[in-house]
Design a protein around this ligand. Structure first.
Ligand code: COA
Length: 183
C-alpha cells in the first residue's frame, strides 16, 4: 500500500541538472510503500516465430509495472522519460509465466528512477530464471508541468547502495543530454 503524503505545488522550471530547486519540506516516502509486482502469462499472440515472448512485449510490461510503482511513489501521474540499456539473458516461452517486480531506487527533483527485474517461471515445475532487468526514469506531471516528487527514505545499506548507484546513472544521463543537444 502506498504511503500518503501531499506533494508540493508545481516548482519553477529549471533544467534537470539543478538539484538546488528541491524543496526541503517535501514529503518523505519509503520504497517499500510503492513496491509493485505483476504476473503475465505468455500467449501465442505475445510470441515470435520461435515461440519466445517478444522483447518489445516484455518492455511494455516493464514500462507498465514501473509506471504503477512510480505513481504510487510520486503520488502523481508520470511520463517515462528514459529507459536505460537492456539485455535479454534468457527467453520465456509460450505457456510460461513472466514475473515482474519494480522498486524505486532514488528520487530527484521532479523524477524518480525505478528498477524492474523480470524473471521467467514454469508454473508447473516452479522453476524460475532471470530474463531481463533495467532502470526506467519517470517525471511527475501535474497540470501539464513537471512537479516535485517526494524524498526517498533510505533504510538499509542495500537501499543506500542502490540510491548512490542511481545518482551516478543520473549524472551519465544528464551528460548524454548535453552531448546530444542540437547545435
Ligand atoms: C521527459 C521530459 C518531461 C523532460 O522534459 P524537459 O523539458 O527536458 O524537462 P527538464 O529538463 O525540466 O527535466 C525534467 C526531468 O526529466 C529528467 N529527464 C529528462 N530527460 C531525461 C532522460 N532522457 N532520462 C532520464 N531523465 C530525464 C530530468 O533529469 C528532470 O528530472 P529532475 O527534475 O528530477 O532532475 C520531456 O522530454 C517529455 O515530456 N518527454 C516525453 C515523455 C513521454 O511522452 N513518454 C512516454 C513515451 S512517448
Amino acid at each position: 500500500m502506498a504511503e500518503s503524503g501531499r506533494l508540493q505545488p508545481a516548482c519553477r522550471r529549471v533544467k534537470g541538472s539543478d538539484m538546488s530547486e528541491i524543496s526541503a519540506d517535501r514529503p518523505k516516502k519509503h520504497a517499500r510503500g510503492s513496491f509493485t509486482q505483476m504476473t503475465e502469462y505468455v500467449l501465442p499472440t505475445h510470441a515470435n516465430a520461435l515461440g519466445n515472448v517478444f522483447g518489445g512485449q516484455v518492455l511494455a510490461w516493464m514500462d507498465l509495472c514501473a509506471a504503477i510503482c512510480s505513481q504510487r511513489f510520486m503520488g502523481s501521474v508520470g511520463v517515462t522519460a528514459g529507459i536505460d540499456d537492456l539485455s535479454f539473458e534468457q527467453p520465456i516461452r509460450v505457456g510460461q509465466v513472466v514475473r515482474l517486480e519494480a522498486r524505486v531506487t532514488a528520487s530527484f527533483r521532479t523524477s524518480c528512477e525505478v528498477f524492474v527485474d523480470v524473471r521467467g517461471e514454469d508454473a508447473v515445475t516452479g522453476e524460475t530464471w532471470p530474463c531481463v532487468s533495467g532502470f526506467l526514469t519517470f517525471v511527475a506531471f501535474r497540470e501539464g508541468r513537471p512537479v516535485s516528487v517526494p524524498e526517498l527514505v533510505v533504510e538499509t545499506p542495500e537501499e543506500e547502495r542502490m540510491r548512490d548507484a542511481a545518482i551516478e546513472r543520473r549524472s551519465g544521463r544528464l551528460a548524454k543530454r548535453v552531448h546530444s543537444a542540437p547545435t
